[in-house]
Design a protein around this ligand. Structure first.
Ligand SMILES: Nc1ncnc2c1ncn2[C@@H]1O[C@H](COP(=O)(O)OP(=O)(O)OP(=O)(O)O)[C@@H](O)[C@H]1O
Length: 345
């Protein structure tokens, strides 16, 4: 049976009648101002844009902004996550196939490149694309023609390409995982999205916008962040970037009423990760940990310390057990019991 594990919505062009709306790409830090300038400069051209940045920094939202600000905004924006598609289906996902081209091809199916005709094709996680398909993608970029699997003749399409990766593309080229000629063909206008921790007060600006939206969606009455939550947000390293910030806020809004987001509403362990920042203000960090632990039930403190130790030991329970001077089975038992409690609540 011909099946993919990709949700249908990811493969459908985002409908854009009459014109794609620019998504909110929030931030007024100097680093983001440079990014927004580059988006504005690159958008009207046909040049391929190569977006890099850690996971959750907003690469897809940046690609949507480029599309929305281009003269193709009336056309489709088609995102395709190369990492989410099984390798043997990727060619058909990009270029389409004809009925009977392979077992399970029960009907003609247009690929993402054909669906993006007149618009923008966003190839996310481009470095995950298999080398053989990279060769076909290069041919497509050079000729603007596609040949669906099973078709005898190529067909012209008019597509602007934006691609993204959270890897270092030059290192991928050195390692032989990304074709050098494809890299140079794609890397015409590079845009690097800085991690959230390097965007100064953008973290607060994004949080305030998200809070208004989530409050509205969840029927809550949040009006802002408490002063100590703002201070904590500025200190956190945010390894999951904007996506992590949004998840933290959604969690607070769903489980509480408002009007302010306070430290107790934040998920366990988030506070302690503030201590992982370079020790520019060690006393601040120590105070942060103490303030967060004092006043919590002892069982909760135990859970925070155990989970944090496991995380610091790279996820290894046996190593964390050695650090905490208990047996690994004690940690496994406690974690199972927390998982049962969480499932029951
Ligand atoms: N500057 C921003 N302002 C508001 N929301 C943002 C901003 N940047 C990212 N987001 C939101 O954060 C979430 C993650 O963004 P996005 O999916 O674009 O990141 P990504 O870099 O493509 O992630 P991945 O590498 O995991 O694919 C989305 O919900 C997006 O709308």
């Amino acid at each position: 049976m011909f099946q993919t594990s990709i949700p249908q919505a990811r493969r459908r062009p985002v409908p854009a009648p009459p014109k794609a709306e620019a998504p909110d790409c929030i931030g007024s830090s100097s680093r983001m101002a440079q990014v927004l300038d580059r988006i504005a400069m690159a958008a009207p051209s046909m040049a391929t844009v190569f977006i890099t940045g850690e996971s959750g920094t907003g690469k897809e939202i940046c690609a949507q902004s480029i599309h929305a600000a281009s003269d193709r905004a009336h056309g489709p924006f088609v995102p395709l996550n190369c990492a989410a598609i099984p390798r043997d289906l990727l060619e058909s996902e990009v270029f389409g196939h004809l009925k009977g081209a392979f077992t399970g091809a029960v009907a003609d199916k247009p690929g993402a490149a054909a669906m993006a005709d007149g618009g923008t094709l966003f190839l996310d996680e481009i470095c995950e694309m298999d080398l053989a398909l990279q060769t076909k993608l290069l041919r497509f970029l050079q000729t603007s023609t596609i040949q669906p699997v099973g078709a005898s003749r190529p067909r012209k399409v008019d597509v602007r390409i934006v691609c993204a990766t959270n890897r270092d593309p030059e290192e991928e080229v050195r390692q032989g995982r990304l074709r050098e000629d494809l890299f140079y063909r794609l890397h015409v206008v590079p845009i690097h999205l800085p991690p959230l921790r390097d965007r100064g007060d953008d973290v607060i600006e994004i949080a305030r916008h998200a809070l208004v939206r989530f409050s509205d969606e969840e029927g809550r009455h949040f009006t802002g962040l408490s002063a100590d939550v703002e201070a904590l947000f500025r200190r956190l390293p945010w390894p999951g970037n904007v996506r992590q910030l949004l998840n933290v806020l959604r969690h607070a809004v769903v489980l509480n009423e408002g009007p302010l987001v306070t430290r107790e509403m934040l998920p366990l362990g988030l506070h302690c990760s503030a201590t992982r920042q370079p020790a520019s203000a060690p006393n601040d960090s120590d105070t942060c940990v103490m303030d967060d632990l004092i006043g919590r039930p002892l069982a909760e403190i135990e859970q925070i310390v155990i989970e944090e130790t496991i995380a610091r030991e790279g996820g290894s329970v046996p190593r964390a057990a050695r650090v905490l001077d208990v047996s690994p089975s004690t940690l496994y038992r406690k974690r199972e019991s927390w998982a049962r409690q969480a499932a029951a609540s």
